[in-house]
Design a protein around this ligand. Structure first.
Ligand code: 5GP
Length: 169
């Protein structure tokens, strides 16, 4: 991604709590060329049968990536949101803790799965999602994010997983 794209991601100080500098991707999502470039680039990174999107901003990227790649889309959601039988994982966040779920039957055995999210921060969300996908019987081919906050060392929580970021700060 180019410098202009980076300029479309806005820093919001003290969100969602004091001391946190939040990367707001909504100006980029609202830019026709920026949004298309982001989706095209992520869709070209990996070969996959299914694209997992992590609620909620991950859905915005993962769904068009799945469409473009002619792959299936699988939502990973916060606990209590999926209607059928689920697998769940709990993990620590940069701010707080969370439990996420996926439908137990979301994957065929051996499906090649790409996990997509907007931002890789501490890596807790992505690591829990990798665990869920593997427990559901599929293979994780990689994790793709729009932006990696490298100073939080999220990759360290994803040993053996190929992580690609379009932008790194
Ligand atoms: P992690 O689990 O890697 O610490 O946090 C990543 C998750 O929190 C992602 O689902 C991402 O959407 C959200 N997140 C954490 N920090 C930021 C941020 O600065 N900007 C955005 N857009 N999302 C963030």
């Amino acid at each position: 991604m180019n410098e202009r794209t980076l300029d479309l991601i806005r820093d919001v100080q003290d969100y969602p709590q004091p001391g946190v500098l939040f990367k707001d991707i909504t100006p980029l999502l609202g830019d026709p060329d920026g949004f298309a470039a982001m989706v095209d680039e992520i869709a070209g990174l990996f070969e996959a049968d299914k694209i997992v999107g992590i609620e909620a901003r991950g859905f915005i990227l993962a769904a068009p990536v799945a469409y473009k790649a002619r792959a299936g889309f699988v939502p990973v959601r916060k606990k209590g949101k999926l209607p059928a039988e689920t697998l769940e994982e709990s993990y620590d966040l940069e701010y707080g803790s969370a439990t996420i779920e996926v439908h137990r039957d979301a994957f065929a055995p051996g499906d090649r799965v790409l996990i997509v999210d907007d931002v890789l921060a501490t890596g807790g969300t992505a690591a829990a999602t990798v665990e869920l996908v593997r427990r559901a019987g599929a293979d994780v081919v990689g994790v793709a994010v729009l932006m990696e906050l490298a100073f939080l060392e999220g990759r360290a929580r994803l040993p053996g997983v190929e992580v690609r970021a379009l932008l790194t700060v």
